[in-house]
Each structure stands twice: as structure tokens, then as C-alpha cells.
Design a binder for this molecule. Sequence first.
Ligand SMILES: [Mg+2]
Length: 178
Amino acid sequence: MKTFQAPIIFLDHDGVICLRGNWGSRFKKAQRWAKEHDISLAGFYERPDLPVGILFDDFDQKAVKVLNGIINETGADIIVSSDWRLQADLPALQRFYLEQGVIKGPIGMTGICRDAQFEEARVKEIQGWLEQSPRPNWVAVDDMDLSALGRFVHTPRSSEGIKQSGVAEKIIRLLKEP
Ligand SMILES: [Mg+2]
């Protein structure tokens, strides 16, 4: 019997599910939290007791709905390819996803490629993950151009990201087609 291997979405955050209108929202959350706890903002981000919810900008709630629709329809798992993975470990990102309303936290993150930059690095990071755990069905979603990967959906509009018309359909098609 063939076991089901969930398809994989390599997911970027900024410009995909954290949109232009959300950028900087972490600072307002930090200010509010500091005020509530009566602590100073000096050295704020070095504090070990910060809740993950205030470390990052919020996800766009409509983008979260679109992502949840894709997960529901395909059973896909998420691997974080966003640079946010450099600022938090996987359990923290999982908590953040759930707090933001995503129905499933990510199951992993891509590694870090140090001998390339920008698009080239991200392409290599995703290819590296797939070499370790080959899957027939996967797609990368990013506002950078990762078309070198082949199985790729671009979200070039930072105010729309994954909400842009036609994007969810393309992602679903690639997740269903080996
Ligand atoms: Mg991005």
C-alpha cells in the first residue's frame, strides 16, 4: 500500500502572507507589550521573555484564509523558506502560525545557504531540503523570482501576496500534479 506523503509548500512570509499593510506591526505590538509590563524599550529584543506573537509582523487575515483553503483542499504541509526562520526556532514559528489563525503550523524550515545570495540562495535552500526528503508534489511560493525551481508560484504584488487572483489556483494545481 502506498502511504500518503503530504505535498509541501515552501512558504515565504513577507510579500506572500505578511503583506505591505502589516509591515511594522511588530513595533506597535512591542510598544503595547512594554507599556503593559512597565519595561523600557532599550534592549527590548534581547529579552528572553518576549512572547513570539510580538516578535513578528502580523499575517494578513485574508491571506491566512486563502492559505487555509489551500491546506484544506490539498492536505499540504508547510516548510518555512522565509528569512523569519533566522529569528525564531521551529516551535516558536509553529506557535506564531496558530496564533495568527493558520490551521496547521509549519513542519520544518529550509537550511541556510551561505555561498549564494537572494534568489539564488533561496533556490539552493529549497533544492537542499528536497534532496534530503524527496517529494513528488511540492511548490515554492515567493515574492522573489524563484522560477529556476520550476514548481514555483510568484506573488509579485506585496500588498496582495497570496490573495492575488489566480495564485491559489496555481498553487493547488501544482500541489495536486506530480
Ligand atoms: Mg518575501
